[in-house]
Write a protein that binds this ligand. Structure first.
Ligand SMILES: Cc1cc2nc3c(=O)[nH]c(=O)nc-3n(C[C@H](O)[C@H](O)[C@H](O)COP(=O)(O)OP(=O)(O)OC[C@H]3O[C@@H](n4cnc5c(N)ncnc54)[C@H](O)[C@@H]3O)c2cc1C
Ligand SMILES: *[C@@H]1O[C@H](CO)[C@@H](O)[C@H](O)[C@H]1NC(C)=O
Ligand SMILES: *[C@@H]1O[C@H](CO)[C@@H](O)[C@H](O)[C@H]1NC(C)=O
Ligand SMILES: *[C@@H]1O[C@H](CO)[C@@H](O)[C@H](O)[C@H]1NC(C)=O
Length: 356
């Protein structure tokens, strides 16, 4: 076990979480994260800092996607309890929909249920007078998670550093070029998000960006007591959300979903529209003109036709590559579950029979 030398390409929420899971599974291995961007960087090529972010599962497959989110929910619970400085906090949420329960994509077809009802401490139907005009129904999530992404990414980085993981800042044009520079590597995990649509080896044409824009505003004097979410469907370009972040994170207002759009420029018209929608949804914010804007954000979700790719591929030089990318709008809420799946693939890839 001591001679395992793992390389992780990418230091977003996925690469950092994968590094921690590897360290737990292989305590005496050498683990190196190689990436162009690390926590603290702000770039349109680096999605993780721009996320909202919260746990509100979009999965309804009665299968692996629900499982990734379930595992992550339990891990967030443990982290929030043990390390308040990690930037993950519990909070309830109002989810408001402009379509009927059957139409909005939150029920698992196989079971006819919302799979996470118990997990989030129950889903109470909002009373008609609690819902904004024009909406069809609303659900109060008893308790889920909101994430201060700035604090959480830095915390993950500290966790890996304190466990002897090496960090190397470099940009590569192909996976084979990485392996050439690290000849001792026994396995590489590909956590590059959208970034390596540019990697030369194999271009995954199923990947595409889903642009998201947000506004970070100052915290109102009266604290906002819950998260708000309103949408025609669970996944929709017109989704509006208000996430009060913990630990001085301000309040994040969203959002937008623009498939196939690579623009990193702030669209001020869209920003005004987001602020208007959010003030209507969350009266505690006041009027749009009262909002104290601190920053505008633009991020590109790493979307993928067919869902996230978590599988092993053996390159011609014999070093196995485990892919862990394409988490779309669910990279935080599925991070620990997908990392657990990666551990299973790593174990299998390192079995003596697999090495032949
Ligand atoms: C507006 C918005 C709101 C969101 N809200 C939520 C939410 O509420 N909940 C949730 O769970 N998710 C949310 N997401 C999604 C989440 O942000 C992403 O799924 C997640 O950040 C993807 O992480 P990643 O590590 O795969 O990619 P990234 O964070 O993009 O990291 C990629 C890493 O790979 C490196 N890299 C890439 N190519 C190369 C190369 N060639 N050489 C060297 N390094 C390379 C980069 O430098 C970087 O370190 C949201 C996203 C957006 C944009
Ligand atoms: C782990 O590997 C990296 C890259 O090959 C190397 O620079 C580093 O010194 C190694 N760390 C340990 C603790 O052996
Ligand atoms: C690594 O993942 C990216 C997507 O992030 C993909 O485009 C690329 O083909 C992968 N690299 C290899 C060598 O498979
Ligand atoms: C991409 O989004 C930006 C910002 O909203 C917008 O101005 C632009 O027209 C969009 N581009 C395409 C090709 O849709």
């Amino acid at each position: 076990m001591t001679d395992n030398h793992f390389l992780i390409l990418g230091a977003g929420v996925i690469g950092l979480t994968t590094a921690l899971a590897l360290r737990e599974t292989y305590p005496s291995s050498n683990i190196t994260i190689v990436a162009k961007h690390f926590p603290g960087d702000r770039s349109i090529e680096y999605t993780s800092p721009w996320a909202g972010a919260n746990w509100a599962s979009m999965a309804h497959d009665n299968g692996p996607l629900e499982n990734y989110d379930r595992i992550t929910f339990h891990k967030f619970s443990e982290i929030a309890e043990k390390w308040c400085e990690a930037g993950i906090g519990r909070m309830g949420m109002w989810g408001i929909f402009d379509g009927s329960l059957e139409e909005v994509g939150i029920v698992t077809p196989e079971t006819g249920k919302i799979w996470y009802e118990e997990l989030v401490g129950g889903l109470r139907r909002l009373k008609d007078e609690e819902r904004p005009e024009g909406s069809v129904f609303g659900l109060e999530f008893g308790s889920t998670f909101r994430i201060n992404t700035q604090v959480y990414l830095a915390w993950l980085q500290n966790q890996v550093l304190s466990r002897g993981v090496s960090l190397v800042r470099r940009e590569y044009t192909s996976i084979s070029a990485v392996l050439k520079d690290f000849p001792k590597a026994t396995l590489l995990v590909n956590c590059t998000g959208l970034g390596s649509l540019k990697l030369e080896d194999v271009k995954d044409m199923n990947l595409y960006p889903t642009r998201g824009q947000t506004v970070l505003v100052a915290e109102p004097k009266v604290p906002i007591e819950r998260m708000y979410f309103r949408s025609p469907k669970r996944i929709d370009p017109e989704t509006t959300y208000v996430f009060p972040r913990p630990l001085g994170g301000g309040v994040i207002l969203g959002g937008s979903r623009q498939d196939g759009n690579w623009s990193g420029e702030v669209d001020m018209e869209l920003a005004r529209d987001i602020m208007e929608r959010c003030c209507k949804l969350c009266p505690e914010l006041g009027k749009p003109e009262d909002l104290k804007v601190i920053a505008h954000g633009v991020g590109l979700r790493p979307s993928r036709k067919g869902g996230p790719r978590i599988e092993v591929e053996k390159l011609s030089n014999g070093v196995p590559v485990v892919h862990n990318y394409g988490h779309a709008g669910a990279g935080y809420q599925s991070s620990w579950g997908t990392a657990e799946k990666v551990m299973k693939m790593v174990k299998k890839a390192l079995e003596p029979s697999a090495r032949l």
